[in-house]
Write a protein that binds this ligand. Structure first.
Ligand code: FES
Length: 232
C-alpha cells in the first residue's frame, strides 16, 4: 500500500478520481491535493471557519484508509484485511435535489437534504442558516452564504432567487482531512471541487462540489460520512 506522498509535476485536474475499493481503502488517482484542516470557532464557541494546518506533498496516486484502523492514517496500511473490514456501500445514487427540502426567503432560497448531514455545526451560528435566509439585510445574507459554503457535506445549498442558480464556493479540487479540536474529533474526508467518486462496483455517485466520505469505518451510509465518528 502507498503510505507516502512524493513530489510530482502538476497533473490535469480532469484526471482526478476517487475509487472505493471493496472492503478496502479509497484509491485516489490523478494527483489530488491532500490537506489537513481544522474547524475553528468564534468567541461564542460556534463553528465559524477552516484553518489549513498541513498539506502533503503532491502524489499522482495514494490510498486513504476508510476502515479507521490504519496505524498510518490517513493512509491505508493494510489493516482492513486483518480486521476483516466490512466496507459494504449502502449510500444511494439518488440526486441531492430529490431529497432536499426548500426554505424560501426574499433573496435566497435554502435547499436542505438532511440525509447528507455530518454534524459539522457551521449552520447554527447567528440564529442558524434556516432563519438567516428568511431575512433581507445584506449582512445576514452574507452569513447565511458563508455558513453554507462551510458545510462540508453539502447538506445545505443556497440558491440565488434572481438567477435561480446555486451559489457555490470555488474550491481547489482537493481532499481535506477534517480535524476539530473544538469537538475533539477526527472528522471525515472532505472532497471538494467535484471530484468523481466511483463505487467498488464501478458506478459513479452524483458529482457534487462538497462531499464528505467516511474514514472511521462506522458510517451506515458508506462511502459517505453520516456523523457516526462523533459517537465515539
Ligand atoms: S482501509 Fe486499509 S487500513 Fe483502513
Amino acid at each position: 500500500m502507498t503510505n507516502e506522498i512524493e513530489k510530482k509535476p502538476k497533473i490535469p485536474e480532469n484526471s482526478m478520481k476517487i475509487t472505493v475499493s471493496r472492503n478496502g481503502p479509497y484509491i485516489v488517482t490523478g494527483g489530488v491535493p491532500l490537506i489537513v484542516s481544522e474547524i475553528r470557532s468564534d468567541e461564542e464557541g460556534y463553528c465559524k471557519d477552516w484553518l489549513e494546518v498541513k498539506r502533503y506533498p503532491l502524489k499522482e496516486q495514494y490510498s486513504l484508509c476508510r476502515c479507521g484502523k490504519s496505524e498510518n492514517k490517513p493512509f491505508c496500511d493494510g489493516m482492513h484485511t486483518k480486521i476483516h473490514f466490512d466496507g459494504t456501500e449502502t449510500g444511494d445514487y439518488e440526486p441531492y435535489i430529490e431529497g432536499a427540502d426548500t426554505i424560501s426567503g426574499p433573496v435566497l432560497t435554502l435547499l436542505d437534504n438532511k440525509h447528507f448531514c455530518v454534524h459539522a455545526g457551521f449552520c447554527v451560528r447567528a440564529g442558524g442558516t434556516w432563519k438567516l435566509v428568511k431575512r433581507d439585510d445584506p449582512d445576514t445574507r452574507n452569513i447565511a452564504i458563508e455558513e453554507t459554503f462551510n458545510c462540508p457535506s453539502g447538506r445545505l445549498v443556497i440558491i440565488d432567487n434572481t438567477t435561480g442558480k446555486a451559489i457555490e464556493p470555488e474550491f481547489e479540487k482537493s481532499i481535506v482531512i477534517v480535524e476539530s479540536t473544538l469537538l475533539h474529533e477526527q472528522g471525515p474526508l472532505w472532497v471538494r471541487g467535484g471530484i468523481p467518486i466511483e463505487s467498488a462496483d464501478g458506478k459513479l455517485y452524483e458529482i457534487r462540489n462538497r462531499v464528505t466520505l467516511c474514514r472511521c469505518g462506522k458510517s451506515e451510509n458508506k462511502p459517505f460520512c453520516d456523523g457516526s465518528h462523533i459517537e465515539g
